[in-house]
Design a protein around this ligand. Structure first.
Ligand code: FDM
Ligand code: MG
Length: 209
């Protein structure tokens, strides 16, 4: 039975993730491929509202506590995500467990501890890492005022994303040069996605592979 493909888009702040995710979704719809887009953190749920308050520095939370909230924010959508894929709809996620692992690890939490709460979540068929140098990302219009939006943190995160991709723990991982013009990035994203355009055979995998 053919199911929808599960595609994750990861990258630094200002790497163009949300723009590219929206462009890919529009192209999928234009090609008649059923597709849905999710964003993590999903700030609309009660858990997401706690995360949002933390990110906007309206609330203080222990590093481990907020890490678990980010993971719980994925788990609360996991059953729906699996059902959507099973129904034949391709799912795009703007950030996922890889952001969860690398952002918290870059704060100094042990890597193995950071990965544990996400074990068993649906695993993407493909992760697109939109890679951009932090100084280039900042030049695009500057970071906002949220937590983590500073060059030192973004540089550590970029390094950890690169290692995540090389480790094999992330499954199929394609690095896209996000420093290019928007159209060129979209072209590279489509090239990587195309093998999944007709859906995927077999069950959804589980983190961590
Ligand atoms: N972030 C995101 C985490 O620290 N852990 C996670 O699990 C996820 C999904 O939250 F700085 C961080 C990454 C980013 C911040 O994300 C908010 P958006 O994409 O900028 O809303
Ligand atoms: Mg942000």
């Amino acid at each position: 039975m053919t199911r929808g493909a599960f595609i994750v888009i990861e990258g630094l702040d200002r790497s163009g993730k949300s723009t590219q995710a929206a462009a890919l979704l529009a192209r999928l719809h234009a090609e008649g491929i059923p597709a849905a887009l999710h964003k993590f953190p999903d700030r609309t749920t009660p858990i997401g509202q706690m995360i949002d308050a933390y990110l906007r520095s309206e609330a203080e939370l222990d590093d481990r506590a907020v890490h678990l909230l980010f993971s719980a924010n994925r788990w609360e959508l996991a059953a729906q995500l699996n059902a959507t894929l099973a129904a034949g709809t391709t799912v795009l996620c703007d950030r996922y467990a890889f952001s969860g692992a690398v952002f918290s690890t870059s704060k100094g939490l042990p890597a193995a501890w950071c990965r544990a709460p996400d074990a068993g979540l649906p695993a993407p068929d493909l992760t697109l890492f939109l890679d951009i140098a932090p100084e280039h990302a900042r030049a695009r219009g500057g970071y906002g005022a949220e937590r983590y939006e500073n060059e030192a943190m973004q540089a550590r995160v970029r390094e950890l994303f690169a290692r995540m991709g090389e480790s094999g723990d992330a499954g199929m991982w394609v690095t896209v040069d996000a420093g290019q013009a928007q159209d060129a990035v979209a072209r590279d994203v489509w090239t990587a996605f195309e093998p999944f355009a007709r859906g995927v055979e077999g069950k959804v995998g589980q983190l961590w592979p």
